[in-house]
Write a new protein. Structure first.
Ligand code: ACO
Length: 325
């Protein structure tokens, strides 16, 4: 059995918001944002919700894979900003693309959402239960960001990325994964906007913005991500040198640099696009993967490691052989 990505797609809103645009609404500057994070601008939804962005990315992934929506057995959407409690974003994508034969559901692991969804898809495929799964990472963080809080609002953007994963006869290619969570440290990165009314007390539903202890997240990321990359390569029986690309969650340029340093891997093998999109949460990894695919940077046989971390706290990595091309 060979499990491989057969198509990728992505979508970001048209509307670009520069650092200078943000400096007009909060006390910040282009210089502060660029030097602390590497971000120059981000795309912000002007009405496109998570499902709309996810569906666009899905259509592009299906087109890239050259398959019809009816061939999908399952749609997994990693998101922490669904447009509503239900129907799930995955079901809305299903309706939009006409994937009538798919089971569809959302999966919540914040910025690790795509990695968790991809690893879940792999498990279904490896078990022989399904043949073709659409995996999406999409978030519309602009809905839950406090636009008066300079310590968070400058970091995030909106977007969606998708990959079609298929199980086929054959024995080429590797696929290894790992995931972890630490619920004890959940408050480090949280959003309570789902707080609901209470039957007995009559409490009204409350809105809540995202809150973050930036330095704790930074420390967590630069320790945990190198650890899981080392672990997943070790478990796969390969060395870091065998890996062509490390496609990491785009949270902060300095976080990726620190990871590179700890792993003693050159930044040439850690592609970045945070400059243009900011941190789009579950979308960062599949958007970057799709960009690299379309730019022809991924060659058949390349060994890739995808790795993410985020709210939960959660973290995950996937090592696999790129089979397209
Ligand atoms: N503009 C100007 N000044 C600012 C801004 C801003 N946008 N934000 C904070 N500051 C100020 C602070 O108030 C503080 O001022 P003070 O010294 O007078 O108190 C000063 O800058 C330094 O603040 P720090 O928080 O120490 O800055 P730091 O160097 O740690 O950078 C940052 C902050 C960029 C958030 C960093 O900690 C980081 O990247 N952490 C990881 C965040 C992250 O990855 N989050 C998401 C991951 S998970 C997910 O994706 C959902």
């Amino acid at each position: 059995m060979e499990i491989k990505i057969i198509g990728t797609g992505s979508f970001v809103p048209e509307h670009a918001v520069t650092n200078d645009d943000l400096a007009a609404i909060v006390d910040t500057s282009d210089e502060w944002i660029r030097t602390r994070t590497g971000i120059r601008e981000r795309r912000i939804s002007e009405g496109e919700g998570t499902s709309r962005m996810a569906a666009e990315a899905a259509k592009r992934a299906l087109e890239n894979a050259g398959i019809k929506a009816e061939e999908l057995d399952m749609i997994l959407l990693g998101t922490s900003t669904p447009d509503c409690c239900f129907p799930s974003g995955a079901c809305e994508v299903q309706a939009e693309i006409g994937a009538v034969n798919a089971a569809a559901y959302d999966l919540s692991a914040a910025c690790s959402g795509f990695i968790f969804a991809l690893n879940t898809a792999y498990s279904f495929l490896a078990a022989g239960l399904y043949r073709t799964i659409l995996v999406i990472g999409a978030d519309c963080l602009s809905k839950i960001v406090d636009w008066s809080d300079r310590s968070t609002c400058v970091l995030f953007g909106d977007g969606a990325g998708a990959a079609v994963v298929r199980a086929e006869e054959g024995d080429g290619g590797r696929f290894h994964m790992l995931m972890g969570s630490d619920g004890q440290r959940g408050p480090v990165l949280a959003c309570t906007s789902r707080t609901v009314g209470n039957f007995r007390t009559g409490t009204k539903p409350q809105l809540g913005y995202m809150t973050m202890d930036g330095q704790e997240v930074f420390k967590f990321a630069v320790k945990k991500v190198p650890e899981i990359i080392e672990q997943v390569t070790e478990e796969a029986g390969v060395s870091l040198e065998d890996v062509r690309w490390f496609i990491l969650h785009q949270a902060n340029y300095r976080i990726s640099e620190s990871i590179a340093k700890r792993l003693k891997v050159s930044m040439d093998r850690i592609p970045m696009n945070i400059e243009s999109y900011g941190n789009t949460s579950a979308a960062t990894v599949p958007v970057l993967l799709d960009e690299m695919n379309r730019q022809g940077k991924l060659k058949k046989g390349d060994l890739l490691v995808l790795a993410g971390f985020g709210g939960g706290l959660t973290w995950g990595a996937t090592l696999f052989t790129w089979q397209m091309g």
